[in-house]
Design a binder for this molecule. Structure first.
Ligand SMILES: NC(=O)c1ccc[n+]([C@@H]2O[C@H](COP(=O)([O-])OP(=O)(O)OC[C@H]3O[C@@H](n4cnc5c(N)ncnc54)[C@H](OP(=O)(O)O)[C@@H]3O)[C@@H](O)[C@H]2O)c1
Length: 293
């Protein structure tokens, strides 16, 4: 038996609440005569994990009362063909959000493709315009879904994060960098750690908030944690167990960290569901922006 002192943050329950609020707002907007918000998801190739992700995104989009348009393209699709499809989706008034599932096959440059999506439809928030708005501290851009979900989880336990020491471990475009920007906007003192960071454990021990997104399972150990700190575990790694079955684990050594942290997100059931909730939020935001045009 393990004794847990940390309170687990239930991402599944919080995501259900967010989805329900979005569903009600969608219903209200449609009753007022607006077009049903529509999300187009483009998947190139047949990566099994990506297929699961996009199917789940489509399902949740329906749950929120929005329309989902799936575009499944073969592995051999050229970059020009993807760009042509994006140009069509950009023009289509039924579609308010466009998401191209990453990773893409090697013949396609993800930066070119991401930047081809109209900023107003860039629901992943990864294009230069939205990333730039976030970096400038502007509030009218679209924020990447996973950091947006992490922020919502943090806000579920901290009404005000002003002055808190926040450590973001991992500096990817998808998670770490936008997460650091969001925490800065919450008036945290933010440190971003990456592969070259020296003495990560001692940085971690000073943090009131840790968000870890590295894909290195079990990286964050119990003796790195300031007692009572809040730890958000973004990592997802599938590991094989001795019984031959696989399971998902995060970047946190759960057994150790749960004994010291004040709040902790589990894997699965923490950040994962909030990423999809963030996508639904962004699709609704994109639809509302289009209604104003
Ligand atoms: N739950 C969700 O919905 C969700 C969403 C997105 C991602 N994820 C998961 O989150 C993890 C990270 O995803 P990502 O897209 O951000 O990955 P990524 O692009 O590979 O970035 C990982 C980052 O972590 C840094 N890093 C790697 N090992 C480190 C170490 N030992 N110490 C400190 N920093 C280290 C890397 O530094 P360098 O660049 O210097 O190598 C890089 O900045 C993955 O497990 C992914 O599956 C989950």
């Amino acid at each position: 038996m393990t004794s847990h002192s940390a309170t687990l943050i239930d991402g599944k329950a919080i995501a259900r609440g967010v989805t329900e609020t979005i569903r009600q707002e969608v219903e209200h907007l449609v009753r007022q005569g607006h077009t049903v918000p529509g999300l187009a998801v483009v998947l190139v190739g047949n990566d099994p994990a990506s297929e699961v992700y996009v199917k789940n995104k489509a399902l949740q989009t329906h749950h929120a009362g929005m329309r989902s348009f799936m575009h499944m393209l073969p592995q051999s699709t050229s970059q020009d063909e993807v760009l042509e499809l994006i140009a069509d989706l950009n023009k289509n008034p039924q579609i308010h959000g466009v998401l191209v599932q990453l990773p893409l096959p090697e013949q396609i440059d993800p930066v070119t493709v991401t930047n081809a999506i109209l900023p107003i439809k860039d629901v992943d928030g990864l294009g230069e315009v939205n990333a730039g708005r976030l970096a400038l501290g502007m509030t009218d851009g679209i924020v990447p879904c996973t950091p947006l979900g992490c922020l919502k989880l943090l806000k579920s336990v901290h009404e005000d994060m002003t002055g808190m020491n926040a450590l973001v471990i991992g500096a990817s475009i998808l998670v770490g960098r936008p997460m650091a920007q969001l925490l800065l906007k919450e008036n945290c003192t933010v440190t971003v750690a990456h592969i070259h960071t020296r003495d990560l454990p001692s940085l971690a021990r000073q943090a009131d908030i840790i968000v870890v997104a590295t894909g290195k399972s079990g990286l964050v150990r119990g003796d790195w944690i300031k007692p009572g700190a809040t730890v958000i575990d973004v990592g997802i790694t599938r590991i094989m167990q001795e019984n031959g079955r696989s399971r998902l684990v995060g970047d946190v050594n759960f057994e150790e960290v749960s004994k010291v942290a004040g709040y902790l997100t589990p894997v699965p059931g923490g950040v994962g569901p909030m990423t999809i909730a963030g996508l639904l939020h962004n699709t609704l935001q994109a639809a509302k922006l289009s209604y104003r045009e």
